[in-house]
Write a protein that binds this ligand. Structure first.
Ligand code: UTP
Length: 293
């Protein structure tokens, strides 16, 4: 089985939940404290041993590609002033990642965005990371899925148990009922997009990490757009099940939906509390704030 070397980051969405901030700034560039969400996602991929990053971008997303490029003026300014620590932080961003970017000309859905990655991915399995699902974990979440893929093949989606009332926000897995081949690994027979809680086939939602075989591409290519004019990844995954096995893996880690305002705030607070530089002062501030309520 081929090794997973590439990760696709679909970042061509319009980010309407974060308007007006996202009118000009891509939502993936909104920082959690001082690190843009896209950088947290790219770091996760690199930590998992991924060698090549493929951005699927859209209109107004050039700043994201620039972010990973050399920033000559900033770097020489910091060098001249002896700001070695900050310089290292800025230089590291451009040195570590090998990035290709492909333009999705119109936002025709997540499935279509992934299809756009085919020329860069070719005939090998690949990871997909939705960077607004920010995950804090010991082992990089995408690395956990890659491990399951290497052990069991097929395709792997990240599974998250959610409360019944919240299931209608997600794609939800339909387990096949076969015994799990390993702890936390559930074989699938299908999935349902945004079900009513009473119709949901399980309480395991699919979140933004996947490892997929290249067989997904011809399936996405043949698909007709849905009523909204979009090609949905969930439909593509259902098609994939006719050719290969799919598993959900309940990864270890805490996920924040940073594409949503409340999730963004939660991520910001928890990441800030963890930081050595500002964590202690921020903790004090939160204590004082709660005492004053
Ligand atoms: P979302 O459903 O979160 O949509 O897309 P969005 O546009 O990013 O944000 P909202 O809901 O309007 O606020 C899920 C992922 O798929 C990408 C997005 O960039 C995001 O990472 N996507 C979506 C594309 O790359 N292209 C598309 O046509 C649609």
């Amino acid at each position: 089985m081929s090794r997973v070397r590439k990760a696709v980051f679909p970042v061509a969405g319009l980010g309407t939940r974060f308007l007006p901030a996202t009118k000009v700034i891509p939502k993936e560039m909104l920082p959690i404290v001082d690190v843009p969400q896209i950088q947290i996602g790219v770091q996760e991929a690199l930590d998992a041993g991924i060698e090549e990053i493929v951005f699927i971008t859209g209109r107004g997303k050039v700043s994201m590609v620039d972010h990973f490029d050399v920033a000559f003026e900033v770097e020489s300014y910091l060098r001249d002033r002896g700001e070695e620590k900050l310089l290292a932080v800025v230089e590291e961003i451009s040195q570590k990642a090998r990035i290709t970017s492909i333009r999705q000309k119109r936002p025709l859905g997540l499935g279509h965005a992934i299809l756009c990655a085919q020329p860069a991915v070719g005939d090998e399995p690949f990871a997909v990371i939705l960077s607004d699902d920010v995950i804090r974990s010991e082992e990089p979440a995408i690395g956990q899925l890659v491990r399951v893929f290497h052990a069991h093949g097929g395709g792997v989606v990240a599974g998250l148990r959610v409360e019944k009332h919240a299931l209608s926000k997600y794609g939800v897995i339909d387990p096949s009922g076969e015994p799990p081949p390993a702890p936390g690994v559930t074989p699938l027979k299908g999935m349902v997009e945004k079900p009513k809680p009473e119709d949901a086939p399980s309480d395991i939602a699919i979140i933004g990490r996947y490892v997929l075989p290249p067989e997904i591409f011809p399936i996405l290519e043949r698909m007709k757009p849905d009523a909204k004019g979009e090609i949905q990844l969930t439909d593509g995954l259902r098609g994939l099940l006719e050719h290969t096995r799919l598993y959900a893996y309940e990864y270890e880690g805490k996920r924040f939906d940073a594409g949503d305002k409340l999730g963004f705030l939660e991520a910001t607070v928890e990441f800030a509390l963890e930081r050595e530089d500002i964590g202690p002062a921020f903790r004090d501030y939160l204590r004082r704030l709660t005492d004053s309520w």
